[in-house]
Design a binder for this molecule. Sequence first.
Ligand SMILES: Nc1ncnc2c1ncn2[C@@H]1O[C@H](COP(=O)(O)OP(=O)(O)O)[C@@H](O)[C@H]1O
Ligand SMILES: [Mg+2]
Length: 234
Amino acid sequence: MIAIRHLSMRLTAGGRRVTILDDVALSIPPKQMVAVMGPSGSGKSTLLGLIAGLDRPTEGTIVLDGIDITTLSESRMAKFRRMKIGYIFQSFHLIPTLTALENVLVPLELAGHAAAKDLAAELLHAVGLQDRMHHYPVQLSGGEQQRVAVARAFACRPPILLADEPTGNLDSQTGRHVMDLLLSLHRDYGTTLVLVTHDRAVASLMHRVIALRDGRIESDDLISETESHQEPTL
Ligand SMILES: Nc1ncnc2c1ncn2[C@@H]1O[C@H](COP(=O)(O)OP(=O)(O)O)[C@@H](O)[C@H]1O
Ligand SMILES: [Mg+2]
């Protein structure tokens, strides 16, 4: 469960007070898949970063599994994030000096996972990259890099996956493949998914679509069963 109350993010830029998020309230039940839409600059990435505890809000609370993360120290937040949250970026953010396998190993080793290497290899198999394990990010296509990023984000089986325009830099077929992966994680593990997208077709795969405008929730719609759960075709 993600429970967000009175969440605001304001800062001073160039001597001007800027409101990025303005008194946002949002509850996301476990296992729900939510699309966050809205024009550029409406606060989508800021919202996702706050849920991940990468940033701190000016006001408000974000309760994840009963813990208000806005009160956690940096180090407790880092530990909490490792266990509970996977994050996927539009531009993949893989470590360029590490191979695909090593990138996926990072979170597993940080978590002190036994048999980390076997699990990392298994994850890369699961995303169809068994032949690319020892390749560096520059040797991989965008779609392959994003699949490594999905494997890395999901390595510690977090109950919550946050994805900021995960298909934004991919062609539609490759994007579909990445979406298929995310949907299969939801199906197999009940992962909660909060996904920023500009793509209506991607949003229609979710249970719920939230639209942000000027830092506020403009609309919040459940997608009917007939529209959602379309099995993506590759
Ligand atoms: N650190 C910052 N300093 C000043 N302005 C910021 C900062 N971070 C974000 N913004 C501004 O806040 C608004 C929302 O940003 P963002 O959350 O990235 O929007 P979105 O992801 O919807 O495009 C934008 O106008 C952006 O320029
Ligand atoms: Mg953004």
